[in-house]
Design a protein around this ligand. Structure first.
Ligand code: ATP
Ligand code: MG
Length: 335
């Protein structure tokens, strides 16, 4: 099989949660043996809606690297890098911004939803930086000539935007960039504890990979369940219960029986939740154990990121050379 280039990443806005795990991290582990993988810590993108909280972004950089190492992403196979240390990404963003209209950015459904959720940050008028983050994301992808992008479903409109930019660039400046493809897993969008369509770091509805048994227990106990089920032997509807939803992920062998008993009013919510707490805790135990190793070795984590960033920078410089040549920005080449 031909080895391709993968680009993916996360915003350092909080620790990684089970939505990341099922939606993207498992694919990263699977693909790291097949293709050359670059994983970005998108600190510049995180600042677009956390510009007034740089401390938060900084502190979460090491957290998301540790989360990824703890689920089995191998630093000897993948290249981790920090977005802010690749100036070529910022340069490409400027060039690409000429190829996108404001109206097109405003139509992006993911950005639209996110703006609505961030009213307290942006008020009535969103910043130029946040509206334009899909352009910067197109720069992330193309800087590494990546064609496979393992993401959750919320990212599809952003990948589409990137493909449009690539086509426009190539049609004006000549064939230079490659169009990427999203790579979706079986679990495209994991819902939040509150029943929200998406579990998100910034939405306060997540179970984190590093949560203790006590935290998992508190969160599962408060998860949204069938509101019409009041007494233990009332028949329940698992289709509108978040506990049943997570049983699908963590209790594959038992889930059918659990749902049948719920529907027949033979299993109460408390027993159902306790079972889920046990299964999530057991599933996450080896991940937490591996994380402990890295928590005690912050220098090792820093080194992984530093080495990867140096390698990534070299790759981005190659793309930059091609882009500048195509755009006739190579004035001194013949001097
Ligand atoms: P934020 O709320 O700060 O945007 P986030 O939880 O959305 O954080 P990101 O860092 O934006 O996390 O996303 C990283 C990757 O994880 C993306 O590919 C995204 O599609 C995927 N992802 C995030 N949340 C989920 C989810 N609930 N289900 C599936 N995939 C997800
Ligand atoms: Mg997000």
């Amino acid at each position: 099989m031909e080895k391709k280039r993968i680009l993916t990443g996360d915003r350092p806005t909080g620790k990684l949660h089970i939505g990341h795990y099922f939606g993207s991290l498992q694919n990263r582990v699977k693909l790291q043996d097949m293709h050359e993988t670059f994983i970005e810590v998108a600190d510049v993108q995180a600042l677009t809606d956390n510009f007034n909280n740089p401390e938060k972004v900084k502190n979460n950089v090491k957290e998301i690297i540790m989360d990824q190492l703890s689920v089995g992403i191998d630093p000897n196979k993948v290249t981790f890098f920090l977005q802010s240390m690749i100036p070529e990404i910022a340069e490409l963003t400027v060039f690409y911004s000429n190829l996108v209209t404001i109206a097109r950015l405003e139509r992006n459904p993911t950005v639209k939803t996110e703006i609505a959720q961030k009213r307290e940050i942006f008020g009535e008028s969103v910043t130029y930086g946040f509206l334009g983050y899909p352009v910067s994301q197109a720069a992330d992808i193309t800087a590494f000539n990546a064609t496979i992008i393992p993401v959750g479903e919320d990212q599809l409109p952003l990948i589409e935007q990137c493909r449009e930019i690539v086509r426009k660039f190539n049609s004006i400046y000549g064939e230079t960039l490659q169009e990427p493809q999203a790579y979706l897993g079986e679990n495209k969008r994991i819902k939040g504890l509150d029943g929200n369509e998406k579990m998100g770091k910034s939405l306060g509805n997540a179970i984190y990979l590093s949560d203790s048994e006590e935290e998992i227990s508190k969160k599962v106990m408060s998860a949204v369940t069938d509101p019409s089920r009041i007494k233990k032997d009332d028949p329940g509807n698992p289709n509108i219960c978040m506990v049943a939803y997570y049983h699908n992920l963590f209790s594959k062998e038992e889930v059918e029986a659990i749902c049948e008993e719920c529907k027949a009013g033979r299993r109460g919510c408390v027993a159902c939740k306790k079972q889920l707490i046990k299964n999530i805790t057991e599933h996450l135990a080896p991940i937490r154990e591996k994380r402990c190793y890295y928590e005690q070795r912050p220098e090792e984590v820093k080194e992984i990121l530093m080495e990867g960033t140096l390698k990534a920078r070299k790759e981005a410089a190659i793309t930059m050379g091609k882009v500048k040549e195509a755009m006739k920005l190579d004035y001194f080449k013949e001097v």
